[in-house]
Design a protein around this ligand. Structure first.
Ligand SMILES: O=P(O)(O)OC[C@H]1O[C@H](O[C@H]2O[C@H](CO)[C@@H](O)[C@H](O)[C@H]2O)[C@H](O)[C@@H](O)[C@@H]1O
Length: 228
């Protein structure tokens, strides 16, 4: 078995803002321990940048894919695949311009993308999505939706590709992949797992249409099931 794990909403509870998540005590070490139990066949696959993830978990000997899968490192820290150029600051600043008129909406800058968070002002969803979509259209980028967030990403940034990249080589190759995630972006991970004979597990119960075959009720349920 190989396990591929989403981060926000799966391993840590959703918080009011992107930088106020509560990471359990010694959580990085516990993930490394789980990876050892799986002989290294554990990967984190998150929408966050790898830099941001390391800020929460520390630098760990774990396979990780960040920025929705576009930046990938193996457990030994070597890079897996090429990374594109960062999205130009000028484009990110146009996206960030939305926050000037809507002060409760916040911008999260990432090396390979940027996110508008409207959790504190959900009424701005439609306008924020339209703003991001127009920028994406003008610059050949893609928009990604998530929980109270819309993001600009490079075309090809998706969790399916990250799963396929990890599963193509040791120590993952030949194992049965399980992808565990809670959000719509995790559907790409569920699909990749299925394509390779495995399956997806949706966190939060089967409340929406999903490719996942099973579900776990919540973050606590994930920790319990994985004995984290
Ligand atoms: O793929 P994930 O690991 O689930 O990352 C998806 C996005 O997660 C973060 O935003 C989400 O979590 C925040 C903290 O709980 C929450 O405030 C926000 O509303 C959620 O959308 C992260 O900030 C993004 O960069 C990730 O893409």
């Amino acid at each position: 078995m190989a396990i591929l794990l989403d981060f926000d909403g799966t391993l840590v509870e959703i918080a009011p803002t992107n930088d106020t998540i509560a990471v359990p005590e010694r959580f990085g070490e516990r993930l490394v321990d789980l990876s050892r139990r799986l002989d290294g066949r554990l990967a984190l696959v998150t929408g966050r940048s790898l830099e941001d993830l390391a800020g929460h978990l520390g630098q760990l000997a774990l396979a990780c894919a960040g920025s929705h899968g576009i930046e990938r490192i193996r457990a030994d820290g070597s890079r897996l695949g090429d990374v594109p150029a960062p999205i130009p600051t000028s484009i990110v600043e146009v996206l960030a311009g939305f926050t000037a008129q809507h002060p409760l909406v916040t911008i999260e800058r990432k090396a390979f993308g940027a996110a508008l968070h409207f959790r504190a002002d959900p009424g701005q969803e439609e306008a924020a999505v339209a703003h991001a979509a127009e920028i994406a259209r003008q610059h050949g980028l893609e928009c990604k939706r998530g929980k109270c967030v819309v993001e600009l990403v490079h075309p090809g940034a998706d969790k399916r590709r990250a799963v396929l990249a990890f599963m193509a080589e040791a120590p993952f190759a030949g194992a049965l992949p399980l992808f565990i995630g809670d959000d719509v972006t995790d559907e790409d991970g569920f699909r990749a797992a299925e394509e390779l004979g495995g399956f997806g597990i949706l966190v939060g119960g089967l409340r929406r249409g999903t490719r996942a075959r099973f579900c776990l009720p919540d973050v606590k349920g994930v920790h319990h099931w994985l004995e984290l």
